[in-house]
Design a protein around this ligand. Sequence first.
Ligand code: ADP
Length: 541
Amino acid sequence: MSGNERQERQVVRGSKGRDGRQVEAMRKRLRELAFLHETSQVLTATLDLDSVLHALMAQVRDYFQVEAISVALLDEETGHLAFQVAVGVAAQEVVGLRLAPGQGVAGWVVQSGEPVLVPAADTDDRFYDGVDKKTGFRTHAMLAAPIKVEDRAIGVIEALNPAAGTFDEDAQRLLLAVADLAAVAIRNAELYERALQAERRYESLFNEGGDPALVLDLEGKILDVNRRAVELFGRSREEILGIVLSDLLDVPQAEFQAAIQQTLEGRQPVADIELSFGGDVRTLETHMAKIDFGGRGAIQWLGHDVSERVALEQMRGDLTHMVVHDLRNPLGSIMGSLQLIHTAFVERDQTLPVIKLLRIALRSGQKLYLLIDSLLDLGRLEAGETELNKVSVSVPPLIQEAVEQIQPFALNKKLSLSVQVDPDLPEALADRDLILRVLTNLLDNAVKFTRREGSITLAARQAEDEILFTVSDTGIGIPLEYRHRIFDRFLRLENIDGIKGTGLGLAFCKLAVEAHGGRIWVESEEDRGSQFKFALPLGTG
Ligand code: ADP
């Protein structure tokens, strides 16, 4: 071979060698890309973190041909690293093991945030052989890369003992890329878990809440309904789904559409609606708000039962009306009587029954007193402001006084009013004024609710360590269904002769008797009469 030929051949060989290396590098690059592509595919397969990491690790092991690979994650509270997933030799023993903060190569990687390549574990200070001792595995070479989320290491991925004996720089670069993928998987799983929890929280709020709740589409059609709403509407879930809410609730279509429009504009309309369920009318305060429902725009509708509040407001209104009325009537008679008495004197009209007119005026004045006192006492007793002025009270004169106050009204209706007092009755320890008013209230009711020519009895006797007072009448009685509510404020039943009352008297009696540590109740028979009884504890001094 000539010198020239040799030279040429060398050139040819030289160029062939360069090409070969380029081809080889390219092949390697392609393999890496294919590996990363496959690995990233794993991420989209499932959202379960353990299986994602497991699949990732398996791929890494196959690609790097390593004996073992593992992922340890940081416990944010304690700073420990806990092995979450492992693939390869001794994998089962590794999962669950923990490293103290900064311990071992893994601890170093997490603290420094840098990858590390350890060619010979037994000569590296950072290496901690505790895990090997527990598992019986023997670590020679290691490659570890931090798993970073938002620039913070939250874990580490470790590959041990490659078949080739050592890891090269490319392996380190690749493992870093895999660590990034693992970070994405962890982040996704966390976000998914958080979304799932939020959804569960919402679902349990939606379902377990005490108020009816619905999810509507943007046209007002019901997409979801909670348990309370099913109960309240008295229809099954299947029957309710798909109905336009305004049809279900029988509310005006235009109003409902206007509320939807407001909701879509970002406002939260509130409205009171009345619903009637089997004769029971309830008022719901409804709230609407725009929400995201499984990725689509929807409207949440919440109803809050405010029937009690509305009833109370109604009662307050009624009460004001009644009180004004009740105050006006006796005042009217007082003014009328005084007017006539004035005429009698000024015009010397002797035909006018002045004495009778005076009696009417006095009686009406008495009524006004009673009513005003009851109102004031009720307010005070309810607020717990009344300090009882307890003294030893002799019962017969107390009873006498009450009867004297009511006698004129009884006479007016030709009712007999008799008294039965046990002669040996001991004294009661009581607030005399309050108990007097309890008696006059009960007697006043007995007069009001007994037809002309009936009879009323007021009795008092000792029963064990109590004094028992009974006001009996032969009046209209109280229907059974109202008996347990008769002492509630504002309760008034259909009365005879259009008798007006405030429904406050018995509520006052109950509060006053209970303030004494006593009890009050009623026995009654419709159309035959009632017996209101109250017992006061005997005075002990
Ligand atoms: P008011 O008499 O001002 O209405 P009360 O609280 O004293 O208020 O009584 C409440 C209701 O209880 C009355 O409206 C009446 O319907 C009923 N009631 C009270 N006492 C009697 C009675 N002795 N007989 C029949 N009904 C009665």
